[in-house]
Design a protein around this ligand. Structure first.
Ligand SMILES: NC(=O)CC[C@H](N)C(=O)O
Length: 222
């Protein structure tokens, strides 16, 4: 099982993400943003958190147009798994791979703390190890996490079971309390919170580890 993790100038959760995949049994490989192809045999692509290209223009906007972006989209288009926490989620919305946009937090402040998420959808490789409605503790660290979409998109996401996680108490003003969403084939997950920062007791919590284990189990079962 191979996880490839993209690295942009300004990524700062790339190593944490690789370690979370490694703990779940993945072989990992870092992929610099100037590459135009992913490593042979990549099962899961990780698009990490951070401040890609210094968050210039808009968070994720430049990364979505970087040299590696076409390979990222091609991987998703052929049904590959993509896990994109925080800046990764922003990059996927900027790339048009997930709907909606992440606007400035409603309080106009950077928020760094652990929040409670409700698991809304368990029919995905990412969420199969959680119980429907389970409350999990996962850290957030962002200034642009205010999920926004038009009413039709919000209705479709909920109607088709594509909202993976909602905030129990929205910290950033996100519409419909949305913390993370799935693509229609449920193989791409973008979310503002950071499960990779909740995988070992030393992190202060381990509620994120089940997500990476779920992916590994889905790949073994396939
Ligand atoms: N931790 C992160 O990935 C931060 C994402 C982005 N730079 C923001 O602050 O919104």
């Amino acid at each position: 099982m191979k996880a490839a993790i993209l690295v942009f100038p300004g990524s700062n959760c790339d190593r944490d993400l690789a370690e979370a995949f490694r703990l779940a049994g993945f072989e990992t490989q870092m992929v610099w943003h100037k590459e135009t192809a992913l490593p042979e045999g990549t099962d899961v692509l990780g698009v990490p958190g951070g401040f890609s290209y210094g968050d210039y223009l808009r968070c994720g906007a430049i990364a979505a147009r970087s040299p590696v972006a076409a390979a990222m989209k091609a991987h998703a288009d052929r049904g590959g798994y993509v896990f994109a926490p925080c800046n990764g989620f922003q990059i996927l919305t900027e790339a048009g791979m997930l709907p909606g946009a992440l606007l400035r937090n409603a309080q106009i402040k950077y928020i760094c703390r652990t929040v409670q998420l409700r698991v809304e959808e368990t029919e995905s490789a990412f969420t199969r190890n959680y119980a429907p409605g389970q409350i999990i503790d996962i850290p957030i660290a962002h200034h642009d996490g205010n999920y926004t979409a038009d009413p039709e998109t919000l209705a479709r996401l909920t109607g088709e079971g594509l909202v993976a996680f909602r905030y129990a108490d929205t910290p950033n003003g996100a519409m419909d309390d949305i913390a993370g969403i799935l693509s229609p084939n449920r193989r791409v997950l973008g979310m503002m919170p950071h499960p990779e920062r909740a995988c070992e007791p030393a992190h202060g919590g381990t509620d994120g580890a089940a997500l990476f284990r779920g992916l590994a189990e889905a790949l073994v079962a396939a």
